[in-house]
Design a protein around this ligand. Structure first.
Ligand code: URA
Ligand code: CA
Length: 433
């Protein structure tokens, strides 16, 4: 096989076989296929697309390009959830204990990564004592015992995707549906997921700008998952504003606890119930999505989800008393109110700008070396559909520095006002096949 022939074959819009796709991905991973040929291949895919089978083979080849996590020592169906770029997305913190409280195992491997706020691990480290430095053995043991545990990601997962993503970034081929879908799915499959729930965000601040694009991506990923033998479902959810009210690490843990107590922001609770229903259903914990939702509502009301959160924290040496005393978590020394510059209805809150504001306050990492300020972040008091008077507080900033001007400016940039009230839609669509 010669790479040049496969580039031409794809350029002509023909379907590549499993062996041909393996040849491309394996050769690119081990360096026998140079970047310039892979770039041409990516561009051919960009223009010619891939069939469902090609996408699945591409995904599997990338999933198998490096280490793969074996979760077979954990009893039950392991369901993983993936969100395409939420800002201040507190769902994982809520879903882990909530889903576990139904008996469906949640084996969460998480990275730290760069971003507006920390990753799930950083957020949880706001709880005094909590840590993820546990052995793989201990991790499996905890999941079997409590149905939930979180561990830091180790090993070299999907090196083919890492290399290809870097190449796409500089060759104008990031925005290709088959390449995005296979990239995301390869990571989930390499992480050991038996079933996958996807939260595809749509809106100005999201990767997918239109509901149509988001739906196409969701269908592509659901199809890959199902062809690869991993039951997959997706939700298309709104990103015309951040989810919930808190953006930051300790602030999001607090918001998650409030949600587990049944007092969370409506949109956060609703999305958690939707995503959680799919997780519980795919995990075999309920006969239907409706039954799963009823069960989850029960777990929020009867306190079992909250209790599960305490058990989960304690098992990894975290102080469970935070649940009743938020002051045990890092606290910011300064707060600053951001005031509305106009009177009217909030029509949009650009999530990206809010994320950057949180990062400027210290909540996220700009580079791998950045140190996160767990106390930093912001709380949104006004959301889409709310009426505000000029001069009213729309957001409170939390920081350990008085230099909040840049963050304040980003918040002002994020808020859009209008004369007419718009009703936010949270869940645009549920895709089950
Ligand atoms: N996120 C990914 O992991 N991969 C892509 O290609 C795009 C977004
Ligand atoms: Ca939030």
């Amino acid at each position: 096989m010669r790479m040049v022939d496969l580039i031409v074959k794809k350029q002509q819009g023909k379907e590549l076989s499993k062996e041909e796709i393996r040849f491309v991905i394996e050769g690119f991973t081990d360096g026998t296929i140079p970047d310039y040929q892979m770039s041409a291949f990516a561009m051919a895919v960009y223009f010619q697309d891939m069939t469902d089978n090609e996408r699945m083979e591409m995904t599997m080849a990338m999933a198998e390009s490096g280490d793969q996590i074996d979760l077979s020592d954990i009893e039950g169906i392991k369901v993983d959830k993936h969100s395409t770029g939420g800002v201040g997305d507190t769902t994982t913190l809520v879903l882990a204990p909530l889903v576990a409280s139904t008996g469906v195992p949640v084996a969460k491997m998480s990275g730290r990564g760069l971003g507006h706020t920390g990753g799930t691990i950083d957020k949880l480290e706001s709880v005094p004592g909590f840590h993820v430095e546990i052995s793989e053995e201990k991790f499996m043991e905890l999941v079997n015992e409590n149905k939930v545990a979180v561990v830091g990601q180790s090993g070299d997962l999907t090196p083919a995707d890492k290399k290809l993503y870097a190449l796409r970034d500089v060759t104008g081929t990031v925005n290709s549906l088959p390449l995005i879908a296979s990239s995301i799915m390869s990571k989930k499959i390499a992480s050991g997921a038996d079933a996958i729930v996807l939260d595809v965000k749509v809106g100005a601040g999201a990767f997918m700008k239109t509901p149509e694009d988001a739906e196409n991506l969701a269908h592509a990923m659901v199809s890959i998952g199902n062809l690869a033998g991993r039951k997959t479902m997706a939700i298309i959810s709104d990103m015309s504003q951040p989810l919930g009210r808190a953006v930051g690490n300790a602030l999001e843990v607090e918001e998650a606890i409030e949600t587990l107590k049944g007092n969370g922001p409506e949109d956060l609770e609703e999305l958690c119930l939707e995503l959680g229903s799919q997780m519980v259903y795919l995990g075999g914990g309920a006969e239907s999505l409706e039954a799963a939702k009823t069960l989850l509502k029960e777990k929020l009301t009867n306190g079992e989800a909250l209790e599960k959160f305490k058990v989960f924290l304690s098992a990894q040496d975290g102080n469970p008393d935070v649940v009743d005393n938020y002051a045990l978590m890092p606290q910011a020394s300064f707060t600053k109110e951001v005031l509305a510059t106009e009177t009217g209805y909030v029509t949009e809150i650009t999530a990206d700008d809010i994320g950057v504001a949180a990062m400027k306050l210290g909540a996220g990492r700009a580079t791998k070396e950045s140190v996160i300020d767990l106390a930093a972040g912001l709380i949104l008091h006004k959301k889409v559909g709310d009426f505000v008077e000029k001069g009213e507080s729309i957001v409170t900033l939390y920081a350990n520095t008085e230099k909040t001007a840049e963050a304040e400016e980003m918040v002002q940039q994020a808020y859009h006002y209008g004369e007419n009230r718009v009703e936010p839609t949270l869940v645009h669509k549920i895709i089950t096949e």
